[in-house]
Design a protein around this ligand. Structure first.
Ligand code: AMP
Ligand code: ZN
Length: 139
């Protein structure tokens, strides 16, 4: 479950050094080299999955609890006031490294705005049609 050309496979499995925050049999958590804020961390599964759709269920189930542990540590250890959990799938969603990873980004009072969007507009008919399409496409 490794991709020889994948940099995150090499980092997750300790072949390339990283600022490691946490490690267990399934994951390595490292500090992002281009942090959005101080302590910005990446949860890397040790196995290679391109994105969350390819991920093993057992791995996916552990991601949120681990993100919560990292987020709590950001509050306790770095004085963060909150944190964002972000996970990009696909180029148009901002994914640049195609090895599944979860960003845990500490947020500090008065810090810059990020992970935000302008609320759009919709109407009940559009909501109903969109929900129907999604419902029909669920596997
Ligand atoms: P994404 O855009 O969701 O694919 O996120 C990729 C993230 O990986 C970016 O935030 C990069 O700053 C970060 N990144 C890329 N290469 C490295 C590396 N060698 N070590 C740590 N972080 C990295
Ligand atoms: Zn990989």
């Amino acid at each position: 479950m490794r991709d020889e050309n994948c940099i995150f496979c090499k980092i997750a499995n300790g072949e390339i050094p990283s600022s490691t925050v946490y490690e267990d049999d399934d994951f390595r958590v490292i500090l992002d080299l281009g942090p959005a804020s101080k302590g910005h961390s990446l949860i890397l599964p040790k196995n290679h999955y391109r994105d969350i759709c390819e991920s093993d269920k057992a791995v996916s189930e552990k991601l949120f609890p681990l993100a919560a542990r990292i987020g709590k540590a950001m509050k306790a250890g770095l004085g963060a006031n909150g944190f964002n959990v972000v996970q990009n799938n696909g180029t148009c969603a901002g994914q640049t490294v195609f090895h599944l990873h979860v960003h845990v980004i500490p947020r500090y009072e008065g810090g810059p705005a990020m992970v935000a969007w302008e609320p759009g507009k919709t109407d009940p008919e559009e909501l109903s049609q969109t929900a129907k399409k999604l419902k029909g496409a669920m596997e």
